[in-house]
Write a protein that binds this ligand. Structure first.
Ligand SMILES: [Ca+2]
Ligand SMILES: [Ca+2]
Length: 244
């Protein structure tokens, strides 16, 4: 009896490991570390997933841009206009999107928005020009308090080449999102900015001021639902099956 119980536990452990390994890969909508990209203009790269709305989005491995993590996305203003780059992926009502910010000198703002169409965005995170990360809790299309200072400061990249790890879990059913900064939950259930119900675009913007102000982004992963929730639900399913 004890032996059978132990064997069941081992089987459960093995199945859980397989689920842990398989679930995120099969669910991923988009993922890149930019290492397969061509150096230069990011516009049209990766099967047209990337669209540049000005001339200021490029891929670089130059030591003067980013000396540590190989190729990265550099968003920079051009000729006085905001640097404006978009990543498009399959529309989803629930997205878990994460990326690393390598450099955002606190002179002008760096902005990250999740759009559902050309004009409506749900989530708006700003590396504000006071040196802190700000997040919008509702406002325009919904009632809400607007821009909130998270109290989390950002800085230049460190020896790992990364300044800040951002994760946003946006839910179209409740029209809310959670913001994790360096794996800590900082904003819980903030309301969407516009009352959209799905997400299909990550827009990255660098406010215009001068060309030395760069915003550097790397290691982007887009999953169509929170990876941790998916694993939990699959784990529960396995447990139920074992019990039946
Ligand atoms: Ca990279
Ligand atoms: Ca939440």
């Amino acid at each position: 009896m004890r032996l059978e119980r132990m064997r069941n536990l081992i089987v459960l452990a093995v199945v859980s490991c397989i689920v842990l390994v398989a679930a995120p890969a099969s669910a991923t909508l988009y993922e890149t570390d930019f290492e397969d990209f061509t150096i230069g203009d990011v516009d049209g790269q990766d099967g047209g997933a990337w669209v540049v709305n000005s001339t200021s989005g490029r891929i670089s491995d130059s030591a003067s841009d980013y000396p540590i993590n190989g190729k990265s996305l550099i968003v920079q203003e051009a000729d006085g206009a905001d640097g404006n780059v978009s990543l498009f992926f399959d529309s989803a009502p629930l997205v878990d999107i994460s990326f690393d910010v390598g450099d955002c000198s606190p002179v002008r703002k760096g902005k990250f928005k999740l759009y559902s169409d050309a004009t409506h965005y749900a989530v708006y995170i700003s590396f504000y020009n006071d040196g802190f990360i700000h997040a919008w809790d509702g406002k325009d299309g919904s009632t809400g308090v607007g821009r909130i200072n998270t109290g989390i400061a950002y800085s230049d990249y460190d020896t790992t080449g990364i300044s800040t790890h951002i994760q946003i879990v946006a839910d179209g059913a409740t029209k809310t999102y959670d913001l994790f900064i360096d794996d800590s939950l900082i904003c819980d259930d903030y309301r969407w900015y516009h009352s959209s119900d799905s997400i299909n675009e990550l827009n990255i913007q660098r406010d215009a001021q001068n060309s030395s102000n760069r915003l550097i982004v790397d290691n982007i992963v887009v999953v169509p639902e929170p990876a941790t929730m998916l694993l939990l639900s699959l784990g529960t399913l396995v447990l139920r099956r074992r019990k039946a």
